[in-house]
Design a protein around this ligand. Structure first.
Ligand code: GDP
Ligand code: MN
Ligand code: MN
Length: 251
């Protein structure tokens, strides 16, 4: 399966307002760009959470014993840690930072709970079902424009083994997460047996570059010219195959 990339354009969507609960993201997006069939739109999870109200007031959170114990060790606000635990379906490590799995399978530092780009005293939690959010935005973009686009919900995440954060896909619709190279022949005719490419993460990574992390005000990035690929959606290791998780949990 040869897929030729000729020219891909990557455009940060400027001029979006500070997102408030109830805002219609697909409507705001189509007012600012003319979508074409096959475009891929990356949307920062932060603005989806703000639009859907997946935020919490720190002052309304009562930390439990475990949150207090972890906060003692990490020096963080126990109410923040309680929010992290509330989002988690599995805690992989508690220190030097909490590393958790959230529903859907994404593993992230502090459950992806974020105190940046939001008013003081408020924290942003990841959407409880980012796959559903991606599908909903895609469907609404289709009904507004008639164009079938792919949508990737992104979050900035740390990585194992390397310093520095990059954008990761935490939800996607209109594409498979993985492009499967298994069965393809290399330049010398050898059959590839292992290679699977996490295309959604590669695109999310580039979108994060355009978004920036602080006050750029660019939470949506449009990719045009990426040819369709095929593969599968098993982006997350199952607990049985995840050797890192097993080592961390000493299972
Ligand atoms: P995350 O990676 O999903 O946690 O989101 P970030 O907080 O890193 O923000 C990603 C990009 O979106 C940055 O360019 C922010 O400045 C921008 N951003 C965040 N919230 C808003 C908002 O409400 N409105 C606009 N226009 N930009 C925002
Ligand atoms: Mn985030
Ligand atoms: Mn970010």
């Amino acid at each position: 399966m040869i897929i030729l990339y000729t020219s891909v354009t990557v455009t940060g969507i400027r001029g979006l307002p500070l997102i408030q609960k109830g805002d219609d993201l697909p409507g705001l997006i189509v007012e600012r760009c003319a979508l074409e069939e096959g475009d891929i739109i990356c949307v920062a999870s932060t603005i989806i959470s703000k639009a859907k109200g997946y935020t919490r007031h720190l002052k309304e959170i009562n930390p439990g014993d475990r949150a207090k114990k972890i906060a003692d060790m990490t020096g963080e606000d126990p109410r923040f840690i309680q929010a992290v635990l509330d989002q988690a379906c599995d805690v992989l490590i508690e220190t030097p930072f909490t590393l958790t799995e959230v529903p859907g399978g994404h593993v992230g530092v502090r459950s992806g709970v974020d105190a940046s780009n939001v008013e003081d005293g408020l924290i942003i939690t990841l959407p409880p079902d980012s796959m559903k959010e991606a599908e909903e935005i895609r469907n609404e973009l289709k009904s507004l424009t008639g164009k079938d686009c792919g949508v990737i919900v992104t979050d900035t995440c740390g990585r194992s083994f390397r310093r520095g954060q990059t954008g990761h896909a935490i939800g996607w619709s209109g594409m498979t997460a993985i492009r499967d190279f298994r069965g393809d022949n290399d330049l010398f005719g050898k059959t590839l047996e292992i290679t699977e490419e996490a295309v959604v993460d590669e695109i999310a990574g580039f979108s994060n570059l355009v978004m920036g992390e602080s006050n750029n005000g660019v939470p949506v990035v449009l990719f045009r010219g990426i040819p369709a690929w095929s593969g599968h959606n098993d982006l997350y290791f199952s607990p049985e195959e995840d050797v890192i998780r097993k080592a961390l949990k000493k299972e």
